[in-house]
Design a protein around this ligand. Structure first.
Ligand code: HEM
Length: 498
């Protein structure tokens, strides 16, 4: 018989004293879970944990599958809510007060600068991480049935994340804020018929002023966070209802076994066993493919949370959020640049306002929303890039787009419609510019890939990769290669970086 060491016995006693007492039981209902029944009960009986299943498929826990990006997005959101609430104690959304409140945070409030840094860097990180999460979901084909609608909820979350960041940009009321929002809101005014109306609704007038500040503030602290919380609630609930995270289908032998077990001639069935429909136990799986969520999933989440807080704190400690001089409507910086995630659009707007302000964003939104309904073949779910062929197509799509974008941009510089035909009407400029030509080329390239491979998934992989790469190139051009009057400059000469 194995005897316990005095140390082990002491540790157990201490754990039991800490967790198995009246107060802890009154909150958590039971002591530290040391058997599977209790581990499952922890998940059922805790308000925060019951969003997770009692058991998790091992595939979902592979760090290289999700890269933890969804959960990091959630943690960043929670950090933003916390730091944002604290910032609200020191900030008044008035054009007279806002900037001096920022200065007070910097020089008067204890740790005010760290608080502001944490909020600012978490916001930038969230835009980047949510975007990467969307890419992970796309490249693992996790938008396919039954997760189509959750993908659509995700696209709405992506839009809300961008709007959260955009509305927050104005609040410091410095030159950077003022002109980034002036440029951003003018992009929103380009759609014909409704554009001006959208801008007036957004700004509460024609220009960025007190009305705009209060509108952005209310959207930033109440409306958008509220919408995001509801959307996230639905997003997480749908993950459970859709059978957990996506994964490759079970091997045929197992599936067959599952089917045989499901309809045995030697068994009497209850009605509920025959009813159609999905439950959280979709695609019953072998028990050895699952682990208890407590502690496997919960502790991984905890580690990710600690990691996010640690990295963010280090960044906030060493790098200060920018604060330029007080907003001055009479002194636009040259160039005035939009927030970095809209710089790609601003670059296309510089070729044609209609292309950058309407055609490209509309194509991106419609494309993202409809992908799961066009690419319906269940092929490739749960595996990065679907197959070796998918990997090749993704790689070649990225590689092929780079010269195409650069050549088109160069051609536009020397042979744009207005250079060739100085009096050409605006419609020709709007129809023939790098933005619209690329969309036509992308559509053709993706349809060609679809027909050639006979797979809608391959067409989708090509299309997404074309868009992703070209937008990245235009963002880099806007960030590092555009100077005064939107003229070409070298990165070391570029201004207005944010
Ligand atoms: C605030 C933004 C978001 C948060 C907090 C969030 C959170 C999460 C979490 C925690 C997961 C499970 C773990 C993981 O996949 O990493 C998940 C899965 C998922 N997300 Fe998001 N998400 C967000 C935005 C998006 C966006 C922009 C999309 C796509 C357009 C999206 C689509 C999905 C889908 C389809 C799944 C299921 C994936 C699967 O089954 O493999 N989400 N999300």
């Amino acid at each position: 018989m194995v005897t316990e060491s005095p140390r082990e016995t002491g540790r157990k006693k201490a754990a039991s004293w800490l967790t198995d007492n009246r107060v802890v039981r009154s909150i958590f209902r039971r002591g530290y879970p040391d058997n599977d029944l209790d581990r499952a009960a922890v998940m059922f009986s805790n308000f925060f944990l019951h969003v997770l299943p009692a058991r998790t498929h091992v595939h979902s826990l592979k760090p290289t599958y999700t890269w933890g990006l969804g959960i990091i997005s959630l943690f960043l959101f929670v950090i933003l809510l916390g730091t944002g609430s604290l910032l609200m104690f020191f900030y008044v959304p008035s054009t007279e007060r806002a900037y001096s409140d920022m200065k007070d945070l910097q020089f008067v409030v204890s740790y005010g600068v760290v608080l502001r840094n944490l909020h600012r860097w978490a916001a930038h990180a969230m835009v980047a991480v949510v975007f990467l999460h969307m890419c992970r979901v796309f490249y693992t084909a996790s938008y396919k049935a039954p997760r189509e609608f959750n993908w659509v909820i995700g696209v709405l979350l992506w839009g809300a994340t961008l709007m959260m960041s955009f509305t927050g940009y104005l609040l410091p009321w410095d030159q950077l804020a003022y002109w980034a929002i002036t440029v951003g809101s003018s992009i929103a005014s380009y759609p014909p018929l409704v554009g001006e109306y959208i801008r007036t609704l957004m700004l509460g007038g024609d220009t960025v002023g007190q009305n705009a500040l209060i509108r952005f503030y209310v959207m930033h602290v109440i409306v958008l966070p509220g919408i995001m919380m509801i959307l996230m609630g639905v997003h997480f609930w749908r993950i459970r209802k859709d059978g957990g995270l996506s994964r490759p289908p079970a091997p045929p032998a197992e599936a067959a076994q599952g089917e045989a077990a499901a309809f045995s001639p030697h068994k009497t069935y209850m009605l509920v066993e025959l009813a159609e429909g999905k439950t959280p136990m979709v695609d019953a799986q072998a028990p050895e493919e699952e682990v208890m969520s407590w502690p496997h999933t919960v502790f991984r989440m905890l580690v990710v949370f600690v990691g996010v807080v640690a990295v963010l704190s280090a960044v906030a400690y060493f790098f200060d959020a920018p604060l330029e001089e007080l907003a001055n409507p009479d002194h636009p910086p040259n160039p005035a640049k939009a927030p970095w995630y809209f710089l790609g659009l601003q670059e296309i707007v510089s070729y044609s306002a209609l292309a950058g302000g309407v055609i490209v964003p509309a194509a991106a939104i419609i494309g993202l929303m409809t992908i799961p309904y066009i690419d319906r073949n269940p092929e490739g779910q749960g595996a990065w890039f679907t197959s070796a062929q998918g990997r090749r197509i993704t790689l070649w799509s990225v590689v092929a787009v780079i010269p195409v974008v650069l050549v088109l941009t160069w051609l536009n510089e020397h042979y744009a419609v207005r250079i060739l035909v100085p009096g050409a009407s605006q419609i020709w400029v709007d129809l023939l510019n790098p933005g619209t030509i690329l969309i036509a080329l992308f559509a053709a390239g993706s349809l060609y890939t679809w027909r050639r491979t006979g797979s809608s998934r391959m067409g989708a992989l090509a299309l997404y990769s074309y868009f992703l790469t070209s937008y990245l190139i235009y963002t880099l051009i806007g960030l590092y290669f555009r100077g005064a009057n939107w003229a070409w400059v070298w990165p070391w000469q570029a201004t207005g970086l944010h």
